[in-house]
Design a protein around this ligand. Structure first.
Ligand code: PMP
Length: 296
């Protein structure tokens, strides 16, 4: 099998040689931004939305990406082609670049641009049918006035601390609260609850503005299900009829247990299952074609 090829600054290099400098501020300080994108059956799902978010994250940290969005999208498509991939998880990364040991970003030369694409099946393995267990964690989501969760930055330690706590507490996923006690999101996904036929999710102030979240809201509207974007508390989670998370890696995944409380009847709910099915359909038919023969 051909070794995976990784795009780094204009070149495709084998995975074993895909390396960046230890003086890169992405490595030294988590100074950079990234995306997680999926391709399904030769089409990149919501590519433009992910690229827009990447450039917005970069703008928010005053990092100028030295290529156009169109060029970036083409690099992503080319990375898939070079690796003969049709179904893949794609990881574009833009770091501040190589600098000195000081923090000052002005000392960095040009940003480092990386695109990794590789096969990646399900984040939660075989748990989609039976649902996952989630635990709330004591570590709070980064405050919006310190490291705004809307910036998809390379600094994921807040999320990793949450994941460590979930692992210790026996949860498949962590649920973050914000500093006011409102539900924020999972360690790598957004969260929705269903109560008495109404679907609710927190506004995207204290969490990442998830692209899968947007797709799911589209689906909810298409299905004509009542929907509210509103602050949620732990009480709303514990007393929900259904809870599910959404994310590029996670896709749509039911939560059936939170902090020892069984959600609904302990099985994925009907509304969640319907949304999972509609999500699958969208990923099958939408997206930017990777290979020319898929274009028409
Ligand atoms: N929140 C966090 C913290 C995430 O890392 C992700 C994954 N990117 C999400 C939410 C879901 O976002 P998306 O649907 O755009 O993948």
């Amino acid at each position: 099998m051909q070794e995976l090829l990784v795009y780094i600054d204009g070149k495709f290099v084998p995975k074993s040689e895909a390396k960046v400098s230890v003086f890169d501020h992405g490595f030294l300080y988590g100074d950079g931004v990234f995306e997680g994108i999926r391709a399904y059956n030769g089409r990149v799902f919501r590519l433009k939305e992910h690229i827009d978010r990447l450039y917005d994250s970069a703008k928010a940290i005053a990092l100028e990406i030295p290529i156009s969005k169109e060029e970036f999208m083409e690099i992503i498509l080319e990375t898939l082609r070079k690796n003969n991939l049709r179904d893949a998880y794609i990881r574009p990364i833009v770091t501040r670049g190589v600098g000195d040991l000081g923090l000052d970003p002005r000392k960095c030369g040009k940003p480092t641009i990386i695109v990794i694409a590789q096969p990646w099946e399900k984040l939660y393995g075989d748990l989609y049918e039976k649902g996952i267990k989630a635990v709330t964690v004591t570590v709070r989501r980064n405050a919006i006035d310190s490291l705004p969760p809307n910036i998809k930055s390379m600094n994921y330690l807040n999320n990793i601390l949450a994941k460590i706590e979930a692992n210790v507490k026996g949860g498949d996923e962590a649920i973050f609260l914000d500093h006011n006690g409102y539900v924020s999101e999972g360690s790598g996904d957004n969260i929705f609850v269903v109560k008495n036929g109404v679907i609710m999710t927190p506004p995207t102030i204290n969490n990442l503005k998830g692209i899968t979240r947007e797709v799911v809201i589209e689906i909810i509207h298409e299905l004509g299900i009542p929907f509210k974007e509103t602050n949620l508390s732990l009480y709303d989670l514990y007393t929900a009829d259904e809870v599910f998370v959404t994310g590029t890696a996670a896709e749509v995944c039911p939560i059936v247990w939170i902090d020892g409380r069984v959600i609904g009847d302990g099985k994925p709910g009907e509304i969640t299952k319907k949304i999972m099915e509609e999500f699958r359909k969208k990923t099958e038919k939408e997206g930017v074609p990777v290979y020319a023969d898929d274009g028409s």
